[in-house]
Structure formats: structure tokens, C-alpha cells
Design a protein around this ligand. Structure first.
Ligand code: SAJ
Length: 424
């Protein structure tokens, strides 16, 4: 099946690179978003997302004339829905954006079209929510138009490479839909394309992120035990991982981002009786910022009135995304304990977060500080020279929550150094 035009709904972390890469592979693409700030910016060549290689790809796609940015869904051979699926306060999936996107396709839908949902969604969303909405057009799913679920599985920081090279799952509402999806993504996907049904594809996506969440939870739980037993968790994990069938992940400040900290809740909601382990792992990871905050209090003493130079707010290293960030949670715990948090996030120095003072430079964070807390292992923090830092700050206590600094180097420079379950 040949698709000449495509409309991608949602110009976020997934929709924008996907639209651009299709355009650079010869397809006429409309990149639609209902946020005027985003569409105006993109039209003016401003790329609102930091991701290695993305800016050049988007600008080239715009310059080629094959990527057009719009506030409206426009008629196309195929539609991709790539909108956020957050959760409500009670952790039920918030599918309003998926529903609105599906509804916006209805007036444009024609016989022979293909619609693909990429947003991470609870099992059966494609069949039970998207299909009935699209059928308001009077067309029948599978008979008149094709429908599939194809989860994005790319890692922030490596999105462009992984979009092309990762295996791609396409779950069709029927076989023809899955095959049509394969023909579309084949335009740029070099990885294997696996065809299945829509609900299996939805579940696969949730299983992947949930299993990673559980793996990180056990690492975080081990770090708490290591604190208790006065063991260096990093040494212990290093030794355990020498076993050929063991691969323990890294403990840290917690699990954040828009995917792994959200998606397991979709399974908890859909299968509350069965999802015991999944729910517990979520709770362990959600509790990690508070656990780390207690460790900071132990080394920093009463934090009331203390000024903390807080390095990093992103949800993980080398990304600009602050969504569900455990580093932000940690900063809030420290503020609640009475500290004045001066945070420097090199990827988002313009961000505004209640109760946290975001400063535009490392120097401003360090000045007059009592304590330095490293919360995110951005590359540019790795190479900081303790001797040079000493000249810029009054702080003499350092807490490295992510183990990227060398303890001895900081101690030689005159700092009292500690970190998460760390002895060496
Ligand atoms: N983290 C740890 N320890 C580790 C690894 C990660 O604490 O050893 C933390 C990170 O700091 C971060 C969180 O976990 O806060 C999640 O980071 P991540 O790098 O594991 O994953 P994401 O959220 O950036 O991307 C995940 C990926 N899923 C899997 O690896 C199974 C990606 O492939 C998905 O496309 C993405 O979720 C998504 O969009 O669903």
C-alpha cells in the first residue's frame, strides 16, 4: 500500500521527530498541534524540544516544503495520533487528548485511510475507544478504513537513532491494517517490523516500561538496604552483575519522565486484582526522592535556613524534560525541610517551578551555598573540577545522589563527601 500524505497529530517528543522523519523520506506531512505557541514557533523555525539531531532534521523537513505545520487536522492518506496520555490525580489514565485527536480525524476520514495510535494507552483503547469514535464518520473499521496501534519505544536522548533502528510493533485491528502500517513505517524504519493485533501491541508497550520500572525499583530498594547495612551499593551491584544472568540497574533519586513513571499505572487501573507487584514497585520508586532527601538531611544537619546548590532538575541525564522528575520532587522535599534551594538545570534554565529558585548559571547556584546536592548526572556535571568549585562556593559538603563524582577528588579538595548508599 502506498501512502503519499500523512497528518501527525501532536508535535511533542514523539510526533515532531516522527513527522520530520517521514517528511525527509518523501511523504507530504502535516504536523498538527493545538498549542499555538508550538505551531507558531515551529513555523518560525523554533524547535521547542531538545533532542540530539532533532533541530537540523526539523529545519530540513520544513525547508523541503514536505513538512507543514498546522493548527488543524488536514485530509491525508494516513493519520498518526501522538498525543500525551498522562494520568489524573487518582492515577487513572487521562485519555482526553487521544479522544480529542480521534474526534478531530472524523470529519476528514475517507475510505481507504489508515489511522495509527502511537500514544501509550491502556489495553483495548484502540478497539474500544478509538474505533467507535472514528466510526462516527459513518465508515466501518477494517471494512472502510484501517486502524492500528504502534507504540513508540524510543529512548529520550537517542530518539532519532532508535526511531529508525528499533524493532517496530504494529498491532492492527485486523491483518490488513497491520500490513498497511508496515508499509507506512517501512519508509524509514530499518529495524524489524513485527505485526500483531492492536491489544497485544498495547500490552507489549506497557509490559516493557513496567518491567523496567520494577527493575529500577529493586535497585532502589537494594540501595535502602545497603544504607541500613553500611554497604556500598555500587560496589555490591558491580559484583552481583558479574554473574552471567544478573543485571541490576542503577539506584537513584527515583523514576521519572512521562513514560515509565506513568505507564505501569495503566495496568494497575486495568487489572487491579492482578497488578500487585507492579503497584508496589511504583510505590518504591515514588518513595525514593523522600528517602534521598532524608540522606541529605543526615549529612547536612538541620536544613532549616540552609542554602542548597542543587544541580539538575531533569528526569534523567542529558534531556531537557522535567515531567514527573524525581529531581524536582527531591528539591521540593528539601524546600519542605526548610532549605533554600538554588537549582541549576543547564537544559532548562528558563523553567519556572513553585518553591524552587531556578538560577541561570552554576555560579549563581553555588554562591553562598551551605551544601551542594547533585541530583542528575548530566555530562556537563561529570567533569566539574572540585578545586575550581571550591573557589566559587562557601559550601564544603557535597551529596552526589547519582554517583558520577569521584569521592577522593572531592575530599582532596576539602569537601565532606557522601552519596546514595556510598562508602567509596
Ligand atoms: N533510571 C534509574 N536507574 C536506571 C535507569 C533509569 O533510576 O538504571 C531512571 C531515570 O533516571 C529516569 C527513569 O528511570 O528517571 C526512566 O528513564 P529511562 O532511561 O529508563 O527511560 P525513559 O523514560 O527515558 O524511556 C523509556 C524507555 N523504555 C524502556 O527502556 C523499556 C523507552 O524505550 C520508551 O520509548 C519510553 O520509556 C517511552 O516513551 O515509553
Amino acid at each position: 500500500m502506498n501512502f503519499e500524505s500523512l497528518c501527525v497529530i501532536g508535535m511533542g517528543y514523539i510526533g515532531l521527530p516522527t513527522a520530520s522523519i517521514f517528511a525527509s523520506n518523501g511523504i507530504r506531512v502535516t504536523g498538527m498541534d493545538n498549542n499555538a505557541e508550538i505551531t507558531d514557533g515551529l513555523k518560525a523555525g523554533r524547535v521547542h524540544i531538545f533532542e540530539p539531531g532533532l533541530r537540523g532534521l526539523v529545519l530540513d523537513a520544513l525547508a523541503s516544503g514536505r513538512l507543514n505545520i498546522s493548527s488543524d487536522v488536514t485530509p491525508a492518506d494516513a493519520y498518526i495520533i501522538a498525543v500525551p496520555t498522562p494520568f489524573y490525580d487518582d492515577r487513572r489514565a487521562d485519555l482526553r487528548a487521544v479522544i480529542a485527536a480521534s474526534e478531530s480525524i472524523v470529519p476528514n476520514l475517507e475510505k481507504g485511510n489508515l489511522v495509527i495510535l502511537e500514544s501509550t494507552s491502556p489495553p483495548r483503547t484502540t478497539a474500544d475507544i478509538v474505533a467507535p469514535i472514528l466510526e462516527k464518520s459513518g465508515l466501518k473499521t477494517g471494512q472502510d478504513f484501517m486502524l492500528a496501534y504502534s507504540p513508540e519505544r524510543v529512548l529520550p536522548g537517542r530518539i532519532l537513532r532508535e526511531l529508525v533502528d528499533n524493532p517496530r510493533v504494529i498491532g492492527g485491528i485486523d491483518r490488513t491494517s497491520a500490513e498497511a502500517g508496515r508499509d507506512l513505517y517501512r519508509k524509514f524504519v530499518k529495524g524489524e517490523i513485527i505485526l500483531t493485533d492492536a491489544t497485544t501491541a498495547e500490552m507489549v508497550k506497557l509490559m516493557e516500561n513496567t518491567s523496567r520500572d520494577i527493575s529500577i525499583a529493586i535497585a532502589n530498594e537494594f540501595s535502602r538496604m545497603a544504607e541500613k547495612f553500611d554497604v556500598d551499593i555500587w560496589e555490591a551491584i558491580g559484583i552481583a552483575n558479574l554473574h552471567p544472568r544478573v543485571e541490576i540497574l542503577r539506584p537513584g533519586v527515583g523514576v521519572g519522565g512521562h513514560c515509565i513513571s506513568v505507564d505501569p499505572w495503566f495496568l494497575v487501573e486495568a487489572a487491579p486484582e492482578e497488578a500487585n507487584l507492579i503497584k508496589t514497585a511504583r510505590q518504591v520508586n515514588d518513595g525514593q526522592p523522600a528517602f534521598v532527601a532524608d540522606l541529605v538531611s543526615k549529612v547536612g544537619g538541620d536544613l532549616s535556613g540552609k542554602r542548597i546548590a542543587f544541580l539538575g532538575l531533569a528526569f534523567k541525564p542529558n534531556v531537557d524534560d522535567l515531567r514527573e522528575s524525581p529531581a524536582v520532587e527531591l528539591a521540593h522535599h528539601l524546600t519542605d525541610a526548610g532549605a533554600e534551594v538554588m537549582a541549576y538545570e543547564p537544559f532548562r534554565s528558563d523553567a519556572k517551578i513553585p518553591k524552587i529558585n531556578l538560577v541561570p548559571s552554576l555560579e549563581e547556584a553555588l554562591i553562598d551555598a551551605d551544601l551542594i546536592v547533585l541530583a542528575v548526572g548530566h555530562d556537563q556535571f561529570k567533569d566539574l573540577d572540585p578545586q575550581a568549585i571550591k573557589e566559587k562556593t562557601t559550601a564544603r559538603i557535597v551529596f552526589d545522589a547519582v554517583r558520577i563524582w569521584d569521592k577522593a577528588d572531592w575530599e582532596v579538595a576539602g569537601f565532606r563527601f557522601s552519596g546514595l548508599a556510598r562508602r567509596y
